[in-house]
Write a protein that binds this ligand. Structure first.
Ligand code: SF4
Length: 726
C-alpha cells in the first residue's frame, strides 16, 4: 500500500531535450549564482539550472535565473549595426566597418574641434571585467577622454566613496558566510527577498540553524521588514541621524570596544563630539524612530559580540549616501565589528558586475584600484600599456550625473552609451530626453536595439549579451566568477570586447598598444597588474574559477582558496594602517512633501524585473507576473482622494507626471507611495535626483509628488497598454 506523497502523482519535469549543460554565471544581479544552461541537439538554449556544488547558491536560482536562457532570443535584439544622420530619421542597416569608421571619425572630429573631453563615454555594470578593462584602456589610453564613467554612479558610488573614506580603499570587507557566524544583523534600505533572493535564502538557512536578531530599517514594510524581529520605519533620507544616535547610545552607555578603537582607528574625539548632538530624544524627532527603539537597537547591536550591517540603495541613493555608508562603518569600527566572521560591513551590490567596473574599468581612475591623482599609478599603467604618462589627466573627470548636465551646457558634444539606458535609469527623464536631443553625435552599444536611449542615437552597435561571450564578473562578496561562452552571438551582433578592440585599431595610439583578442588574454593582464595589490588576482585562472565556482580576492599566486574577508588583521589601506572614524553631521537638504506635493515618492525593485526591463520586460515567463507600472498606496489616503484598488491614478512632481495602476496596501504609510523603478512610464519621469556631494549618486528614492484619480479609467488603461506594447 502507498502512503502520503507516494500516493500522489510524481512531479514531472518537462523534457526539454537537453543534450549538453554548459557552466556559466548568472548575468542579472550581483549575487553571483553559478548556473548551467542546457542546450538541445541544435545548440539552442532551452533550460537553466543552478549548480549544486557552488557555494554561493548551492543549486538554487531565483525567478530571473530560472528563465535566463530565454533572453538570448527575445524581441528587440539587435542583429545588424544601424546608422542615420539625425536621430529623427529612420535607421538604416549597415556593416560593421562602416559603423565603426563613422564612430571613430566622429570622435576624432569632435575632439579636434572642441577638445579631447568633449566626447564622453558612459558604460554599465553588466559587461565582463575583461571588457571593462579593455574599454578603460581604449577610453583612457587611446581616445583620451576624461569624461568617462559607468553606471556605478547610479548604484554603488556611495558605497565606494564610503569605503574609501572609512578604510582608505574600496572593497566590501564581508561575505555571505558571515550570516553563519553573526549574532545580530542590521539591514538598511535593503529588501533582500526581492532584490537578492538567493542571498536572502543564505540568510534564512543560517537562521534555521541558529536564531539571531534581524533588524530592518526601511520606510516601507517590505518583505524583509515583515520577517524582521524589529522593523524601524524611518523617515526617508534620515538614516544618518539614526546611525549617529545609535553611536551616541553605544558611547554613552560604555558599550564600545575601546581597545579596537585605540589600536585601529583615528578621529575618535571629533567623532564623539559630533554624535553628542544625536541623543535619542533629539534624533527621534528627525528620523521618526522612538527613543526607546533607538536604545534597544544600539544595545542589541553593541552587545551581540559579532554584529554585521548590510545595505543597498536605501542608503546609497540619497543626498548623504556616502555619509550613510561611513556612519555604518563608524558603527562597526566602534564595536570592533570589521574583519571577523559575523562582524562586518557588507554593501549588497546591484548589477552582476558592478564590482568588476569598480575594480578594472578605469572609470574613476586607472585599473586595479589605481588613481589618476597618484603619479606612481599613472607611470605604472603608462609603462604597462606602452604610452606616455603625460597622456593621462591628473585627476578624474566628470561623473555620469555631471556628464549629462555638461551636454546641456554644450561642454560635451558627443556620447557613447554602452549597455545602459539613461532614458529610463536617470532621474528626471524629461530633462534627459532634451539633453540627448542636443548631442551632435550619439552612439548606443547594447544587446537590445529597442532600449529607450537608442531613440536618440546616430549609430547603433548590436552587442552580444551575457553568455554569448566569455569573461568574469565579481560578485557582492568579491568573488570572481567565470562566464563561459554558451552560444554564439545573435545575428551579426558582436561581443563588446571585439567592438572595443576594433575601435582601438582606428586610432593611431590604439595601433601602438597591445589589445589581446581573447578574454583569457585580457585576464592575464589583470593578473599581472593586480599582483601584490589589495585586489590580487594573481592566483586565479579560468580553470580554477570554473572548478571552484569562483574565488574571492585577494587570491595571491599559489593561493588555492582566495580570501573571504578583508581587514582581518585590523590593518586598513590608509598609510598608517588605521581606519577613520568620521564626524558626520546630518544636513536635511532633500525635497520633502509640502502642501502642494504632499506625498513622499519612494522607489525600488520588484523580484520579477531587472533595471530598465530591456531584458525582463520581454521574457514572458517573468514579465507576466509584473507587466504594469503600478504604485502601492495606503488605503486611507486613497479613500480621501477617491482612488480605488485596481484603478488608475496620476502622480505629478515638479519634473513630470506618470499614470500608474493603484495597489492599496498598508505596506506604505499614509504620506508615502512606492513605485517600482523599472518602468519607463513612471518613476524617473518624476524623480528629482539631487546628488550626494561625495559620490555624485542621485537621491532617486526621495522626492515629493501630488496624486489624483484618473477620471477616464479606460483611456488610462489603453495608454498603459500601448506603453507596454512598445
Ligand atoms: Fe541571478 Fe541574482 Fe537571481 Fe542569483 S539571485 S539567479 S544571481 S538574479
Amino acid at each position: 500500500m502507498l502512503f502520503g506523497r507516494n500516493q500522489k502523482n510524481p512531479i514531472k519535469i518537462a523534457d526539454k531535450g537537453v543534450v549538453d549543460w554548459k557552466y556559466t554565471t548568472c548575468g542579472y544581479c550581483s549575487t553571483g549564482c553559478s548556473i548551467e544552461v542546457g542546450l538541445d541537439d541544435k545548440g539552442n538554449a532551452v533550460a537553466t539550472r543552478g549548480v549544486a556544488s557552488a557555494d554561493v547558491n548551492r543549486g538554487k536560482l531565483c525567478l530571473k535565473g530560472i528563465f535566463e536562457h530565454e533572453l538570448f532570443n527575445i524581441p528587440g535584439r539587435g542583429d545588424k549595426p544601424l546608422m542615420r544622420e539625425n536621430y529623427y530619421d529612420a535607421f538604416e542597416q549597415t556593416n560593421w566597418d562602416t559603423a565603426l569608421d563613422k564612430v571613430a571619425d566622429e570622435i576624432k572630429r569632435i575632439q579636434s574641434e572642441h577638445g579631447r573631453d568633449a566626447f564622453a563615454i558612459v558604460s554599465t555594470g553588466q559587461i565582463m571585467t575583461e571588457e571593462f578593462y579593455t574599454l578603460g584602456k581604449l577610453a583612457r589610453g587611446v581616445i583620451g577622454t576624461n569624461n568617462y564613467d559607468g553606471n556605478t554612479t547610479l548604484c554603488m558610488a556611495s558605497a565606494v566613496s564610503g569605503y574609501k573614506r572609512s578604510f582608505g580603499s574600496d572593497g566590501p570587507p564581508g561575505c555571505y558566510d558571515d550570516f553563519e557566524h553573526t549574532e545580530c544583523l542590521l539591514a538598511f534600505g535593503s529588501n533582500l527577498p526581492e532584490q537578492h533572493p538567493i542571498i536572502y535564502w543564505r540568510l534564512k538557512q543560517a537562521l534555521e540553524k541558529r536564531k539571531f536578531p534581524v533588524i530592518v530599517v526601511d520606510p516601507r514594510v517590505t518583505m524583509f521588514a515583515q520577517m524582521a524581529d524589529i522593523h524601524l520605519p524611518i523617515t526617508p533620507g534620515t538614516d544618518l541621524a539614526l546611525l549617529n544616535s545609535l553611536a551616541y547610545v553605544i558611547l554613552d552607555e560604555g558599550l564600545e570596544d575601546p581597545e579596537y578603537i585605540k589600536a585601529h582607528t583615528n578621529g575618535y574625539d571629533e567623532f564623539r563630539e559630533t554624535v553628542q548632538h544625536y541623543d535619542p530624544v533629539s534624533a527621534s524627532k528627525i528620523c521618526g524612530i522612538d527613543e526607546d527603539t533607538i536604545r534597544l537597537v544600539a544595545r542589541t547591536y553593541a552587545k551581540a559580540g559579532k554584529a554585521m550591517s548590510i545595505w543597498t540603495m536605501g542608503i546609497n541613493q540619497s543626498t548623504h549616501g556616502s555619509d550613510g555608508v561611513c556612519a555604518i562603518n563608524n558603527l562597526n569600527l566602534i564595536t570592533g565589528n570589521i574583519g571577523k566572521p559575523g562582524g562586518t560591513s557588507l554593501s549588497i551590490t546591484g548589477q552582476c558586475n558592478a564590482m568588476g567596473t569598480r575594480e578594472w574599468s578605469s572609470c574613476s581612475g586607472l585599473p586595479g584600484y589605481r588613481a589618476l591623482e597618484k603619479e606612481q599609478d599613472r607611470e605604472d599603467i603608462a609603462k604597462f600599456w606602452g604610452i606616455d604618462p603625460e597622456f593621462f589627466p591628473k585627476k578624474r573627470g566628470l561623473f555620469q550625473t555631471d556628464i549629462f548636465p555638461a551636454i546641456e551646457t554644450g561642454q560635451i558634444k558627443g556620447l557613447w552609451i554602452i549597455a545602459t539606458n539613461p532614458m529610463t535609469s536617470m532621474s528626471n527623464t524629461p530633462r534627459i530626453r532634451k539633453i540627448l536631443e542636443k548631442l551632435d553625435f550619439l552612439v548606443v552599444q547594447d544587446a537590445y536595439q529597442d532600449c529607450e536611449s537608442n531613440q536618440y542615437a546616430n549609430v547603433y552597435f548590436p552587442a552580444g549579451v551575457w553568455a554569448e561571450k566569455e569573461g568574469c564578473f565579481t560578485n557582492t562578496e568579491r568573488r570572481v566568477n567565470l562566464i563561459r561562452n554558451v552560444i554564439k552571438p545573435y545575428g551579426d551582433s558582436k561581443p563588446d570586447l571585439w567592438i572595443f578592440n576594433q575601435m582601438a585599431k582606428r586610432f593611431e595610439q590604439g595601433k601602438k598598444i597591445t589589445f589581446p583578442e581573447t578574454a583569457e588574454g585580457v585576464f592575464d593582464e589583470l593578473r599581472q597588474l593586480s599582483k601584490g595589490r589589495m585586489l590580487d588576482y594573481s592566483g586565479m585562472s579560468y580553470e580554477k574559477l570554473e572548478t571552484q565556482k569562483g574565488l574571492q580576492w585577494p587570491c595571491t599566486e599559489g593561493d588555492e582558496t582566495g580570501s573571504p574577508r578583508l581587514y582581518t588583521d585590523g590593518k586598513f589601506q590608509y598609510p598608517d594602517g588605521k581606519a577613520k572614524l568620521l564626524a558626520l553631521p546630518f544636513i536635511d537638504n532633500n525635497e520633502v512633501p509640502d502642501d502642494e506635493y504632499p506625498f513622499w515618492m519612494n522607489s525600488g525593485r520588484v523580484v520579477e524585473h531587472f533595471h530598465t526591463r530591456t531584458r525582463t520586460g520581454k521574457v514572458g515567463n517573468i514579465n507576466k507576473f509584473s507587466p504594469t507600472p503600478y504604485m502601492e498606496m495606503n488605503p486611507d489616503s486613497a479613500k480621501e482622494l477617491g482612488i480605488v484598488h485596481g484603478g488608475y491614478a496620476r502622480l505629478t512632481s515638479r519634473r513630470g507626471d506618470g499614470v500608474v495602476m493603484v495597489q492599496l496596501t498598508q505596506r506604505v504609510p499614509p504620506n508615502m507611495v512606492f513605485i517600482p523603478f523599472h518602468f519607463h512610464e513612471c518613476a524617473n519621469r518624476l524623480s528629482l535626483g539631487l546628488l550626494d556631494p561625495h559620490s555624485r549618486q542621485p537621491a532617486f528614492k526621495q522626492c515629493a509628488v501630488k496624486i489624483e484619480a484618473v477620471i477616464d479609467q479606460q483611456a488610462a488603461a489603453i495608454r498603459n497598454k500601448e506603453a507596454r506594447a512598445y
